[in-house]
Ligand binder design. Sequence first.
Ligand code: NCD
Length: 388
Amino acid sequence: LKRDLISIEDLSNDQISSLLDHAAELDQRGRSSKALEGSILATLFLEPSTRTRLSFEAAMHRLGGAVITSADPAASSTAKGESLADAIRMVDAYADAIVLRHPAAGSARAAAKVARAVILNAGDGGHEHPSQTLLDLYTLRKELGRLNGALVVLYGDLRYGRTAHSLVRGLARFGARVLALAEPGLPLPDWVVQILQKQGVVAQQVELEGLEPIFGGRPPTAMLLERGQHQESWRPGRLALDPGEVDALYVTRLQKERLPAASEGRYALPPIDARFLAVAPFNRAIVMHPLPRNQEVDPGLDLDRRAAYFRQAASGVPVRMALLQWALGRLELGGAPAERTPAFPGGGKTCGDAACISVREPSTAPAECHRSADGSMRCAYCEAAWPG
Ligand code: NCD
């Protein structure tokens, strides 16, 4: 079986833990090796990137492998109207593994079906970004010492921010509590919440109490996602956080490139700065961000010990080293592999999401559905509800 990483669900908890353990070893030893000598990695980026592409490439170089790259969408044959399937077929002939970033949801899954090479999803539209989640989980584990029971606030554009979609699934699986504090009008998509609910996560809309210093008289509505029963102090609909209760604030920028043209595109949530972190529930929280940042985290915070975003970005190299070694068959991960859900032909129906690769390029990605973890039928590419 090909070791693609399309969704964070492609790896079991045991496999993720084992991969992060291996990354921690590489991080400590900090040495280069010849582990992937003779292998070629292609990085095919049809959307802008700095960190993700360069950290994958640095990881491959540190393992003695070679890298070929197509980093500028405007300079690629896609700009000449080439289909994703044709682009992948060609790169497939040149490389053993392909790191793909593409603007359509489900594009990485479509590529994996065409390619003989391993496909690593480096962001498929507003859908997922699983290798980012691996380094986010690595950072949380390293900085907090645990995932189970930790309270992580997701803050910002949670609708189009693909890093949040993969991360919230990973956090829930490792027993973390998540408070989704979304930019107005940009909450976590229904497909994400519904899948989590069916996996045993309770989702509650809550009004946050005691945060007037930050939000004034209009506290934002948040969604609390946690496994099982709430504590005794729980009052439905309201949530007063204890001092120091928040372990991490994970901030995302407005995904302007995916926002509908009509929307304003201005950040309404207050930026994370020293004043924000002085408010009792947040005073111990580390601040994470997949980067690039715009105005949502104040650069004045960069020298604060709680600002973890540059440490987070740096861990991209050891984590992606471990991922490449696994994907190319040079590393075995402990524990059971993840279960794969079988997909079925669309049977004349098509996905209703205009951003899905099966809608944008049906010749590359013929309509397919699958029964997802929540028991309902979903598009096998982008996980949108399948038309009933
Ligand atoms: C993120 C992405 O591309 O989704 N960047 C990254 O990979 N670190 C986040 C973003 O662009 O906002």
